[in-house]
Design a protein around this ligand. Structure first.
Ligand code: NAD
Length: 290
């Protein structure tokens, strides 16, 4: 058996096309179009690449883009003052602060400063709290988990009653993904670095989301035949044969996993493009909260 490949790039293109059509319609009707402010602090090359890619996509879809770059040594007060300014700016519907921040800055305090109505990343504690409450809807669902759910549903629209293993419990990926799986009536098991018998939990799961940031962590032999596997990990492996000196791999032992899974997402070309598409989708939605 060879798994169906869940092509995140293709799925993301379809979603982005729908967003572009909606923006074009708004322009034709002279309705306001959303603006996304990106805030980058410091010189981390990966963060720079992610922000550049988000700005490029914003422009391609006709969304207005405002970009702010602050020095590595930027004090907490200056960053928070910028966010307060953006909270008040009527031309800005979404605020994205690229994480991680330099270590002297408190990410938690920065996230608290963003208005929940402009939290297009969907990670403000207000939105995270609403996500965890049974009868509430967050203003925004977090981007990477939303992309993961869309990918799973692209191959299995109804996951009700399925068992799911989520490897990783971060606030931006693992934990909200588990909550969103539960909202879809699947039964998630949240796994982390102290989890015993990870292999056994995976072997019993119909869905596995690998989000640990550990290359090859999920072994092909741990996958229940026919399971849906979403590889979230982004790991840079030194490789002199590549022009950039490295190659990207996920958290899944892909070559073995593809022989057992029913469907699997690749790295690159899986969750990454979907995360950006969901960010754009949230930015369009943010116009409703003006
Ligand atoms: P994180 O470091 O905040 O969290 C990692 C989690 O994995 C922790 O909960 C930790 O307990 C768990 N973990 C680590 N090693 C483990 C092990 N051996 N067994 C079980 N659990 C283990 O990372 P994050 O921000 O959640 O990101 C996870 C990965 O996903 C990273 O590779 C990151 O680059 C990638 N990522 C991708 C996207 C995307 O759009 N494709 C978005 C966000 C994060």
């Amino acid at each position: 058996m060879t798994a169906e490949i869940i092509d995140g790039k293709k799925l993301a293109e379809t979603i982005k096309q729908e967003i572009k059509t909606a923006i074009d319609d708004r322009k034709r009707q002279s309705l306001p179009i959303p603006g996304l402010a990106t805030v980058l602090v410091g010189n981390d090359p990966a963060s720079k690449t992610y922000v550049a890619s988000k700005i490029k996509t914003t422009a391609a879809l006709g969304i207005r883009s405002l970009s702010y770059e602050l020095d590595e040594s930027c004090p907490q007060e200056k960053l928070e003052a910028l966010i307060q300014e953006l909270n008040q700016n009527p031309d800005v519907q979404g605020i994205l602060v690229q994480l991680p921040l330099p270590s002297h800055l408190s990410e938690d305090n920065v996230l608290h400063t963003i208005s929940p109505k402009k939290d297009v990343d969907g990670i403000h504690p207000y939105n995270a709290g609403l996500l965890s409450r049974k009868y509430s809807e967050p203003l925004f669902y977090p981007c990477t988990p939303s992309g993961i759910i869309r990918m799973i549903q692209s191959v299995c629209p109804d996951i009700s009653g399925m068992d799911a293993a989520v490897i990783g419990r971060s606030s931006i990926v693992g934990m909200p993904t588990a909550m969103m799986l539960s909202r879809c009536n699947a039964t998630p098991t949240i796994c982390h670095s102290q989890t015993k018998h990870l292999d056994e939990i995976c072997r019993e799961s119909d869905i596995i989301v690998a989000a640990a940031g550990s290359p090859g962590l999920l072994k092909g032999a741990w996958i229940k035949p026919g399971a849906i596997v979403i590889d979230v990990g982004i790991n840079h492996i030194p490789d002199e044969t590549q022009p950039r000196g490295y190659r990207l791999v996920g958290d899944v032992e892909f070559d073995e996993a593809v022989k057992r899974a029913g469907a699997i997402s690749p790295v690159p070309g899986g969750v990454g493009p979907m995360t950006i598409a969901m960010l754009m989708s949230n930015t369009l939605k943010a116009i409703d909260y003006r």
